[in-house]
Design a protein around this ligand. Structure first.
Ligand code: A3P
Length: 287
């Protein structure tokens, strides 16, 4: 049975973190200028970007991706013992994943040159993906129904808080040199172009053969077959992939198979209220 803890009004899975760790991360964890962060609201493409960053890091060599589980390559900041281990690591460049909202993120990041790749996804697809993830993983409470989860999503009473606040918060970084805004939909539409843009943001430029290798290694089908990327190395007590595979469908627009017309209309209305003053056009607007 999953339980949540609350830190400054935001829920977190009790299995992932503690109030002490969250306080340490926010107030004491020291960011370095060469840190690279993969930040998302859950189910927005975190694992996909982990794979992309891993293979960019090795300049197209897939060995690291094929031999080391993704959670050891680009660990989750808010998981047990990770902050301490990262703090001890003085020799290597650190690649770090996080689901923290901007207002709870490490204070030492602001003013640093550390880079953030922030990936957002159509919130309707995030909700559908989360529905299946919540059923198969121990980190979330098993949703009573899709509609029950829908209501929690709208009110933000879920681990890592409100999707709307998460995206709005991180979008405040738009225009800063150390912030790259990415979307799941861009990765779907133009994976190669996205890989080139992310590489450039990280100060790397590759020839066509290397880009080909990177793209080939981060497709849905390759990742689904890679035990270091598909979470099958994780005990089924944490994720029961018999209930739903972690790499489930990997498409955009699956919300259309799950939302009723009334849910979609209500969601659109809430979305408009919460996001309308953001001067950004997202790929899912008008979709
Ligand atoms: P679905 O449940 O819609 O299939 P996260 O890593 O943030 O938890 O997000 C998981 C979602 O990203 C899942 O979505 C998963 O299938 C999708 N995903 C992961 N790798 C992908 C890839 N290479 N291509 C497309 N989708 C991918």
């Amino acid at each position: 049975m999953s339980e949540y803890i609350k830190y400054k009004g935001t829920l977190f899975p009790q299995l992932s973190t503690t109030l002490k760790d969250l306080n340490f991360l926010e107030n004491e964890f020291l960011i370095r200028d060469d840190d690279i962060f993969n930040i998302t609201y859950p189910k927005s493409g975190t694992t996909w970007v982990t794979e992309i960053l891993s293979i960019i890091h090795t300049n197209g060599d897939p060995t690291w991706c094929n031999t080391v589980p993704n959670w050891d390559r680009i660990p989750w900041l808010e998981s047990p013992d990770v902050a301490e281990k990262l703090q001890e690591n003085q020799s290597q460049q650190r690649l770090i994943t996080s689901h923290l909202a901007k207002h709870l993120f490490c204070k030492s990041f602001f003013g640093s040159k550390a880079k953030v790749i922030y990936t957002a996804r159509n919130p309707k697809d995030v909700l559908v993906s989360l529905y299946y993830f919540a059923k198969m993983s121990v980190f979330y409470e098993d949703p009573e129904s899709f509609d029950a989860l829908f209501k929690q999503f709208i009110t933000g009473k879920l681990p890592y808080g409100s999707w709307f606040d998460h995206v709005r918060g991180w979008m405040e970084m738009t225009g800063k040199d150390n912030f790259f805004f990415n979307t799941y939909e861009d990765l779907q539409r133009d994976l190669r172009g996205s890989v080139i843009r992310i590489s450039k943001f990280l100060g790397k430029s590759f020839d066509d053969a290397v880009i080909d290798s990177i793209v080939e290694n981060v497709t849905f089908n390759t990742m689904k077959k890679n035990n270091m990327a598909n979470f099958t190395m994780l005990s089924s007590t944490y994720m029961d992939q018999e209930k739903s595979p972690f790499l489930r469908k990997g498409v955009t627009g699956d919300w259309k198979n799950h939302f009723t017309v009334a849910q979609s209309e209500y969601f659109d209305q809430v979305y408009k209220e919460k996001m309308q003053d953001l001067c950004v056009k997202f790929p899912w607007d008008n979709n």
